[in-house]
Ligand binder design. Structure first.
Ligand SMILES: O=C(O)CCC(=O)C(=O)O
Ligand SMILES: [Fe+2]
Length: 439
């Protein structure tokens, strides 16, 4: 469905260069324009507003690991699928306890800020009005619009859309179009970044997502420092770090209320955590303690997903207790992301899981949680892409155990980075990339 069709702006400068296509080099943070002539026109523009209105960088983020990036957010976000498009802003990511990706947000933002100032010639220090991961479920689309097209959005000056997964591979549909100028269409590929001015020189739309889930990291930059979200976020983050002296309360996902994960079409419904876990072939089980003490099942059985759970698969239950269902889901997602590496590593090292003392409790009948989940509806809403992703992957508990250990190591390393970065952010009141030599 298309909406708010708008004409081309009279503000468009005469000597306009529509687009620069370049290849970014992450190591040096430089990029090579595919057309040097265009670059010299670009460099001749001293101030904003300048002649460049958009900028398309292929492969800017490929080395950053786009698939890992949304991992924490994928499992911590709530459903909010009534509108098909949901977002996990940095604020909500921190508040949900899933601080993962924050460090990555920071490095990506630095690259984008550099790209923006060299491209758009904007000499004013820009603040970040919003950065977040946008999830586009099946059925999501957005009609013709410019990103500052509401009075409350006027503070947006530049948009940067970083594609975290790929058209054709991860989702169908979901192509991006500019109403005029080049490129007229962009078919997202993980790692590509599109930067454009938020005004009506860049009227654009996104086609309906026909299947799968489209993921972007979207940032809006502002010249009005009063709308910079950094100060708020830094204050929240430094409070969290000082309150929690251990990594886990900060990094493990704290669930929202259960109805936030519930999707209903009015007749039946499903819990997004259940739908996702069953897609991977797992089931949630009661924790050991709940079995031993005469645990009373809460009236709303979905509340059990906010309590410690265990995971089972094919009639076997894994002994580790996860602090809640989102924590278990994160471990599963990490396993599938890293499964091929784990397989290779496992073959080299033998059964690392056994040496680390992880055992399976076999055939624990009766402890599986019976939860309401309409799988046909889940498939209809989330798309069949979700249901075929992992079918071909052979599963191994040993490798799963290794993945759980690696996941925790990975969270610890991010936490350590955060502990070093936050004091710098507090001093400068901005989230920025601090070089390790400055620590
Ligand atoms: O995700 C995209 O390609 C563009 C998104 C967009 O237009 C928006 O969020 O305003
Ligand atoms: Fe937009």
């Amino acid at each position: 469905m298309r909406s708010s069709r708008r004409g081309r702006s009279s503000r468009a400068p005469k000597r306009e260069v529509s687009l620069i296509v370049g290849t970014a080099h992450l190591a040096t943070r430089e990029w090579t324009p595919h057309s040097p002539t265009r670059l010299s026109i670009l460099l001749a523009c001293p101030e904003y507003p300048c002649n460049i209105r958009r900028y398309f960088l292929r492969n800017l983020m490929s080395n950053i690991g786009t698939e890992e990036f949304p991992l924490g957010h994928k499992s911590s976000r709530s459903a909010l699928m009534r509108v098909s498009r949901s977002s996990s802003g940095l604020g909500s990511i921190i508040c949900s306890g899933s601080g993962l990706g924050l460090v990555r947000f920071d490095s990506i933002q630095k690259i984008l800020k550099d790209a923006r100032s060299s491209t758009f010639g904007c000499s004013v220090e820009l603040g970040t009005h919003f950065r977040g991961i946008l999830f586009w479920c099946k059925g999501a689309s957005i009609g013709w619009h410019s990103d500052d097209n509401r009075s409350y959005l006027k503070q947006r000056d530049f948009a940067a859309v970083c594609y975290l997964n790929s058209h054709g591979k991860d989702f169908k549909g979901g192509a991006f179009h500019f109403k005029d100028g080049e490129p007229s269409s962009v078919f997202p590929v993980a790692g590509d970044v599109l930067i454009y001015t938020a005004d009506d020189r860049n009227v654009h739309s996104v086609d309906e997502v026909l299947d799968g889930e489209r993921l972007t990291l979207t940032l809006w930059f502002t010249r009005n420092r009063a709308h910079d979200e950094d100060a708020k976020l830094i204050s929240h983050l430094s409070k969290s770090l000082s309150t929690h002296d251990k990594i886990f309360p900060l990094f493990l996902p704290l669930p929202a209320s259960s109805n936030m994960y519930w999707f209903s079409d009015g007749v039946s419904g499903f819990d997004i955590r259940c739908a996702r876990i069953q897609n991977f072939g797992f089931r949630f089980c009661l924790s050991k303690d709940q079995k031993i003490s005469n645990f009373t099942v809460p009236d709303d059985s979905l509340e059990l997903l906010n309590m410690p759970v265990r995971l089972s698969r094919g009639g076997e239950t894994y002994s580790k207790e996860f602090i809640n269902s989102l924590h278990g889901l994160q471990a599963i997602q990490f396993y599938y992301l890293k499964a091929s590496e784990m397989l290779a590593l496992g073959r080299k090292q033998g059964s690392a899981a056994e040496s680390e003392g992880i055992h399976l409790l076999k055939k624990m009948n009766g402890s599986e949680l019976v939860l309401p989940c309409d799988h046909l509806l889940a498939e209809k809403v989330l798309g069949s892409f979700m249901y075929c992703e992992h079918e071909t992957m052979p599963f191994s508990w040993d490798e799963f155990s290794m993945a759980v250990i690696r996941w925790e190591e990975y969270m610890c390393s991010l936490y350590e980075q955060l502990v070093m970065l936050v004091p710098h952010w507090v001093t400068h009141q901005t989230i920025f990339l601090v070089h390790t030599s400055d620590f």
